[in-house]
Design a protein around this ligand. Structure first.
Ligand SMILES: Cc1ncc(COP(=O)(O)O)c(C=O)c1O
Length: 404
């Protein structure tokens, strides 16, 4: 049975809003999703009922915060299939999770970190920086001639020097997903660790860290119904234990003297200072909401929407990525001739409140390598409707009539 989207939409207050007498068609979900009332209420609950500090204060309000954070960590553990809550570190986004690993993992001069040709800047710059500071190397797997991920090229790249594969799971440029389980198996056969950038996969696909055998996995809460500025870094417990803390300060130590410190166990040693308690507690609620909806349902629905848009307007534009919508998850990224993607995106917004994203989507390296300035990206989620897709198709045709 499909999703009851009409009922689901009742959970999202923003969907009742109109701007200049027209509803908002939100197709910028790869950047940030909307939030259901359940998440908003959970954030408000914190501020209204127990807006205190966690893990330090033994008063009743402090204990409520601890309970809220523990419950959220337990939900996130379940959401990704981790073994233990110790393996769930709260961060402010995917970027922070990847930086945490880049700043604490034991890599030395000559060690290679391997990625694809379409890593988000957040999974490229930390490795470029490490290369310049520590003499490591960042190398790239060439794609297939049709520009899809090549498992053969990946395997060829795996040498004894590759110590870490830090790799995108689903691309925010074209929506394609790499065979991550196979990638992890090959990397482990070569004794390399794997960090999965799951920012674009976790909101849409079932991602189970134990089944995948991922060593690290980073994602953002705001791309999966959670509060903005929230995220998670998963790491296998034995690896996290060996790693030094990234940020140090309050909450990370068991004890200090004027000259020394003994650090806590994970996750505490990686969560320095007072935390975004409202955000963490709201993120727990977002994970529970998504578990109720089910990732299979989400995927089926957004691929149906992507097919509707591809059938409606795919022949008129240049699609970034494969033509088949099944291979692009919820992403329809395109260009019309040489027209600036920002112009198209702005016209869609001005004409019908259609929110898309234009530009290089923080993957400048891929666009530069292809000599393309950027793209206009429509990205769907389970609360979007076929009618919204039809409106997008009609409006894009009108935009094309104007700019052609
Ligand atoms: C694939 C991918 N990785 C990393 C990020 C960075 O996410 P954040 O800005 O939430 O840290 C994004 C954001 O768009 C992304 O799409």
């Amino acid at each position: 049975m499909g999703l009851n989207v009409e009922k689901i939409r009742e959970d999202f207050p923003v969907m009742k809003r109109e701007i200049h007498g027209k509803p908002i068609i939100y197709f910028d979900n790869a950047c940030m999703t909307m939030r259901p009332v359940q998440v908003i209420e959970k954030i408000n609950e914190y501020y209204n009922e127990y807006p205190a500090c966690g893990e330090r204060s033994s008063h009743k309000l402090g204990k409520r915060v601890d309970e809220g954070v523990d419950q959220a960590r337990e939900s996130l553990k379940k959401f990704i299939g981790a073994r233990h809550t110790k393996e769930v570190i709260f961060t402010k986004n995917t970027t922070e999770g990847i930086n945490l690993v880049a700043n604490t993992i034991d890599l030395n001069k000559g060690d290679v970190v391997l990625g694809t040709d379409r890593e988000h800047n957040s999974n490229l710059l930390p490795w470029q920086k490490l290369a310049s500071l520590a003499g490591t190397k960042h190398e790239i797997v060439d794609p297939n001639p049709d520009d899809t991920f090549s498992i053969e090229n990946f395997e060829k790249k795996m040498s004894r020097d590759v110590k870490l594969v830090s790799i995108i799971h689903t691309s925010n440029v074209d929506g394609t997903t790499i065979p991550i389980k196979e990638v992890i198996k090959i990397a482990h056969d070569h004794k390399a660790l794997v960090l999965v950038d799951a920012a674009q996969s976790i909101p849409h696909h079932d991602v189970n860290v134990r089944k995948l055998d991922a060593d690290f996995l980073a994602f953002s809460g705001h791309k999966m119904l959670g509060p903005s500025g929230t995220g998670v870094l998963y790491g296998k417990e034995h690896l996290l234990k060996k790693m030094p803390p990234f940020m140090v300060g309050g909450g990370t130590v068991e004890d200090t003297t004027h000259t020394n410190a003994t650090f806590d166990e994970p996750p505490d040693k990686f969560e320095a200072g007072l935390q975004n308690y409202a955000g963490i507690i709201g993120l727990g609620e977002a994970a529970r909401y998504l578990m109720r909806i089910g990732k299979d349902n989400i995927q089926k629905h957004e691929i149906a929407l992507n097919r509707r848009v591809t059938d409606g307007v795919g022949d008129l534009v240049d699609i970034i990525g494969p033509n088949e919508p099944e291979k692009r998850s919820g992403i329809f990224s395109f260009n019309y001739k040489k027209v600036d993607s920002h112009e198209i995106s702005m016209m869609l917004d001005e004409m019908e409140n259609i929110c898309t994203r234009a530009g290089a989507h923080c993957v400048h390296s891929w666009f530069n390598a292809h000599n393309i300035n950027g793209s206009c990206r429509a990205s769907f989620y389970f609360y979007n409707t076929p009618e919204e897709c039809d409106k997008f198709v009609d409006t894009l045709k009108k935009v094309i009539d104007v700019v052609k």
